[in-house]
Design a protein around this ligand. Structure first.
Ligand SMILES: C[S@@+](CC[C@H](N)C(=O)[O-])C[C@H]1O[C@@H](n2cnc3c(N)ncnc32)[C@H](O)[C@@H]1O
Length: 346
């Protein structure tokens, strides 16, 4: 275990381990591997003893299906039947690439929660909300492997190596990512590395930001007569965004840009240059599906200015298309939408 733990770079943060378990000590201080190993072994033993449904946390979570199981015996039997037919591969997988969804813990899937509960070690990134981290078992070992304002990420190659080596130690690894692991989440890169190392891996899909954040903002991705298609786009690019702008500028569709806040001016200007109307409704959703969610709506042309005036920061999703015009009528979550009067943007 000691050589394994020495792999952890200084920016990897351990949290929430058993009191007295030194697996929480951070690099660069040397990690006492024997204590960490004991922690992992205790966790594995406990998981074997209690299993998923034996864990007390499940009775505190308010999971609708589980509560229904308690209330309605007939439903419970059906529910248990469904559980019994969970596909087998998950039982063999050493690593689960798990989607945590956009932030609201109630949007975790039952399977995602089960993986979190049964893992020996959880590797999570910065999009995994605090409310979801609160669900980590108190005695689990959780390592932060994302980027933050003050910390560079550990790098994809080193992270791949870390996951492989944890799995090779016989540990059950939950690689927990915001949203869906296969949507702008680099989950496929991690899975390729795991497959190359011969490690059985499963994917647990999560609700991606495009779906979760728009729903919580009252914006349907499609709507008859307004949008017949939806395109998910990365706005991340060092210099030029290599995209089919002419295709994106065509009407009758909803565009959802991930990681696009820093490129917002360029996105707005380029879409207009390729023929999209300056008056096209557009929205910015910051911290979607969380209590802090903020929605800003404007026209495509006004959007960059609105982003500055509201001081929006990451994570923010950009939604462009006629469907945004429904957001006021369909609003249901959190604070009312904020639309600055056009006069303010003059
Ligand atoms: C690296 S991508 C990860 C996407 C993730 N795998 C998913 O399926 O949602 C990160 C970007 O997703 C968007 N995003 C993810 N979660 C969000 C949230 N809760 N609110 C707003 N935007 C979010 C933001 O555009 C952010 O910059």
């Amino acid at each position: 275990m000691a050589p394994l733990l020495s792999l952890l770079p200084p920016m990897v943060q351990c949290t929430k381990a058993t009191p007295g378990c030194d697996a929480t000590v951070h690099s660069p201080a040397p990690l006492p591997g024997d204590n960490a190993a004991m922690c992992f072994i205790r966790r594995a033993r406990k998981a074997r003893q209690t299993g998923f449904f034996g864990h007390p946390i499940h009775w505190r979570l308010g999971l609708a299906p589980l509560l229904l199981c308690r209330a309605l015996p007939v439903t419970r039997n059906r529910q248990e039947g469904a559980m019994a037919h969970t596909p087998k591969p998950s039982e063999e997988a050493r690593v689960s690439l798990v989607g945590a969804g956009p932030g609201d813990p109630d949007l975790l899937t039952v399977k995602a929660l089960r993986c979190i509960q049964q893992a020996d070690v959880i590797l999570y990134d910065n999009l995994v909300s605090e409310a979801i981290r609160d669900l980590f078992p108190k005695d689990s070992t959780a390592l932060f492997v994302g980027k933050s304002k003050h910390r560079h990420g550990i790098g994809q190659h080193r992270l791949n190596d870390l996951i492989v080596q944890l799995a090779q130690q016989g540990l059950q690894v939950c690689r927990l990512k915001g949203g869906d692991p296969f949507v702008f989440g680099r989950g496929s890169e991690e899975m390729l590395a795991l497959h190359q190392a011969g490690i059985a891996t499963e994917v647990v899909p999560g609700i991606t930001a495009a779906s979760g954040c728009t729903s919580y903002a009252g914006i349907p991705l499609t709507h008859r007569g307004l949008a017949q298609a939806c395109t998910l786009v990365t706005g991340h690019g060092e210099s030029e965004l290599d995209l089919d702008w002419a295709g994106l500028a065509r009407g009758n569709q909803t565009l959802v840009f991930y990681m696009g806040l820093s490129q917002l001016e360029r996105i707005s200007a380029t879409l207009q240059r390729y023929g999209m109307a300056a008056s096209t409704p557009a929205a910015l959703i910051e911290q979607g599906c969380r209590p802090e969610q903020r929605l800003v709506t404007a026209t495509l042309a006004e959007l960059p200015l609105q982003a500055k005036q509201h001081g929006l920061a990451s994570p923010t999703l950009i939604v462009i298309g006629e469907v945004v015009s429904l957001s006021a009528a369909l609003a249901w979550f959190g604070a009312p939408s904020q639309t600055l009067p056009a006069a303010l943007t003059a």
